[in-house]
Design a protein around this ligand. Structure first.
Ligand SMILES: [Zn+2]
Length: 496
C-alpha cells in the first residue's frame, strides 16, 4: 500500500504540464472602434477613438473610423469601453511552478510585465529565478508558446548580511564585509543576474562596497534598505528602488538615527518600538528622506498589502482571499499570518499594526505629492494578478488620483526600465499590450476587475476566452497534480 502511494506520488510529480498558450484566433491585425482611451500623460480620457493594431504594435490612433484594408482584420466594438496599457507588477516572487499556472493568471488579470524580486540559490529552492529559467520563460512568452508576463529583471538570491537568509540557505551568500560583497557581485555577474536584492541586516561597509561593485558591473540594486544605513545614504549610493512603506516610518521618527546606530536595530522590532515610531513621527525628517529619493530618482515600492496582512492577520474575512488557491499554498499563507499573530496577541499589538499600516498609506500620498516615483508591487505570490489589483486599490485609498494610481503600474515601471518609448501609454508605435475595460477605471479603480478584452503579444483574447482560461487555471491549481508537485518542492526545500 505504502509502495503504491509512493509510486503514485512520484508519477504525479514527474507528469509534466502542457503550456497554457495563446488562443489561436488567426487574426494578424485588428481595429478597436469607438473606444475611450485613458491618457496617462495628460490625465484625461480621449473619447471615441479608433485604434489599429498590427502585429505587436499600435499602428494608428484616430478620431475618425479606420478603413478596413485587410480581410484578415478583426473588428472590435469598443463603444462605452475604456482602453488602458497593460499592467506591471513591480514586486512579485516567481516560483519554479509559476509557468504552470501563475503566468496565465497574471495575464488574465491584466498583468503583462513583472519585476521578480528574489532569485533562488539553487534548484532545490522553491523560488524560481535561476537566470536560465527566467530567460527560457521570457523566450517562450515572446514566441507565444506560453501565455505570461515578461520578466524584466533577473534577481539574485536575497543578500541579508553576516547570517544566512534562512536557516537552510547556503552560507555562500552571507555578506558580512567588503570582501564577501565583492565576491558576491562577481558571482552574480557571472551568473547573468541583473538585480541584486538587498535585505535588512547588511553591515554598512559591506553595503557600500556592494553598491560600488554593482555599479561597476552594471547591475541594479533594489530591495529592503539595510537598517544600519540611512535612507539618504542608500539613495545617494544608488539603490534603484526601496521596498515596503515601513522603512520610511523607521527612518522618520525622532530616534531614527539612534536606532540605526544601535547594536542590532532589527532585533528591537516589536509593538513598543512601532508605537514609539508612530508617536514620534517627524514630518521634517520624512521630507528630507523623500527629497533624497526624489533627487536620486530612487523609486519607492510601498507594497501596502504586506502591512495590511499584518493588521488583518486575525480577520477571518481577510483570510477568505485565499479560499480559491491550492491547499498547500493556503496552508503556507495561514502559517505566515499566524506567525505575525503570535508575535503579539494583545489588543494593543493589533491596534499598533493597524496604525502602522495606515501610516504607510499616508506616507505614500506625501511621497507622491513630493514627486517621488511610486511603483505598484503586490508581494503576494499566492495571488498572481489579483493581488496587484488589490494593491492598486490600496494606492487609490491613499488619496492619489486614479490617473496617478494607474501610472504606478504602467508609465512609472516603464520609466524605471527606460522602456517608456515602448510601453506605459497608448500611443502609435508603442507595444500593443492593452486592456479593454467594461467601465471607467478613473471613476473607480476597482473597475480594473471588469476586463472585457486583453491584447497581449499581438493577440486579442475576448471575454469568453478569458473566462475559459480562468476555469482551466482554477482546476489546474486545485488539482492533485499541482498538490503533488508543490508537496515535493516543500520536501526538497526542507531537506537541504
Ligand atoms: Zn517580497
Amino acid at each position: 500500500m505504502i509502495l503504491t502511494c509512493i509510486v503514485v506520488f512520484v508519477t504525479l510529480v514527474f507528469i509534466p504540464y502542457s503550456n497554457i498558450g495563446f488562443p489561436e484566433n488567426g487574426y494578424s491585425e485588428f481595429v478597436i472602434n469607438n473606444v475611450n482611451i485613458v491618457d496617462l500623460k495628460n490625465d484625461t480620457i480621449l473619447k471615441n477613438q479608433h485604434i489599429l493594431v498590427e502585429g505587436k504594435r499600435i499602428k494608428e490612433i484616430s478620431s475618425e473610423p479606420i478603413r478596413r484594408n485587410n480581410n484578415n482584420q478583426l473588428s472590435i466594438n469598443g463603444t462605452g469601453k475604456y482602453l488602458i496599457p497593460a499592467l506591471w507588477d513591480m514586486h512579485v516572487h516567481l516560483t519554479k511552478r509559476s509557468s504552470n499556472s501563475a503566468y496565465a493568471q497574471f495575464v488574465t488579470n491584466g498583468v503583462m510585465h513583472v519585476r521578480d524580486m528574489r532569485g533562488s540559490y539553487n534548484d532545490r529552492d522553491h523560488f524560481a529565478s535561476t537566470p536560465i529559467r527566467i530567460r527560457k520563460w521570457n523566450q517562450k512568452v515572446t514566441d507565444m508558446e506560453l501565455l505570461g508576463p515578461i520578466v524584466h529583471s533577473i534577481p539574485s538570491f536575497a543578500i541579508e548580511g553576516p547570517n544566512p537568509m534562512f536557516d537552510n540557505s547556503p552560507e555562500y551568500f552571507n555578506c558580512a564585509n567588503s570582501e564577501q560583497a565583492k565576491m558576491l557581485v562577481n558571482y552574480f555577474k557571472e551568473q547573468g543576474v541583473t538585480l541584486i536584492k538587498t535585505y535588512n541586516n547588511i553591515p554598512r561597509e559591506a553595503f557600500f562596497t556592494l553598491m560600488g561593485e554593482a555599479k561597476k558591473a552594471g547591475i541594479e540594486v533594489a530591495g529592503h534598505k539595510p537598517v544600519r544605513v540611512s535612507t539618504i545614504e542608500a539613495a545617494n549610493a544608488g539603490m534603484k528602488s526601496m521596498e515596503h512603506a515601513r522603512f520610511l516610518i523607521w527612518e522618520s521618527f525622532k530616534g531614527s538615527q539612534k536606532l540605526r546606530n544601535s547594536d542590532n536595530p532589527k532585533e528591537k522590532d516589536n509593538t513598543e518600538l512601532r508605537r514609539l515610531m508612530l508617536d514620534n513621527h517627524d514630518t521634517l525628517l520624512l521630507k528630507e528622506n523623500l527629497e533624497a529619493l526624489k533627487n536620486n530618482n530612487t523609486y519607492y515600492c510601498p507594497t501596502h498589502l504586506t502591512r495590511k496582512a499584518d493588521a488583518y492577520a486575525d480577520d477571518e474575512r481577510f483570510r477568505t482571499r485565499y479560499d480559491e488557491i491550492n491547499p498547500i499554498f493556503r496552508f503556507l499563507s495561514f502559517e505566515d499570518l499566524d506567525v505575525t499573530l503570535q508575535e503579539d496577541t494583545t489588543d494593543l499589538g493589533r491596534e499598533v499594526y493597524h496604525d502602522f499600516y495606515s501610516k504607510g498609506l499616508e506616507i505614500t500620498k506625501t511621497a507622491s505629492e513630493y514627486g517621488v516615483k511610486v511603483l505598484a508591487g503586490s508581494d503576494v505570490p499566492e495571488l498572481p494578478g489579483t493581488s496587484l489589483i488589490d494593491e492598486l486599490q490600496e494606492l487609490s485609498a491613499t488619496g492619489l488620483s486614479n490617473y496617478e494610481v494607474l501610472r504606478t503600474a504602467t508609465l512609472n515601471p516603464s520609466e524605471y526600465y527606460d522602456l517608456d518609448t515602448i510601453y506605459g501609454t497608448i500611443e502609435a508605435g508603442k507595444s500593443a499590450d492593452l486592456l479593454l475595460l467594461s467601465q471607467n477605471p478613473i471613476q473607480d479603480i476597482s473597475n480594473l476587475k471588469g476586463i472585457y478584452g486583453i491584447i497581449s503579444n499581438g493577440t486579442y483574447l475576448n471575454k469568453e476566452e478569458i473566462e475559459n482560461l480562468k476555469q482551466k487555471i482554477h482546476s489546474r491549481n486545485n488539482g492533485l497534480l499541482m498538490s503533488a508537485k508543490l508537496f515535493c518542492d516543500m520536501l526538497m526545500y526542507m531537506t537541504i
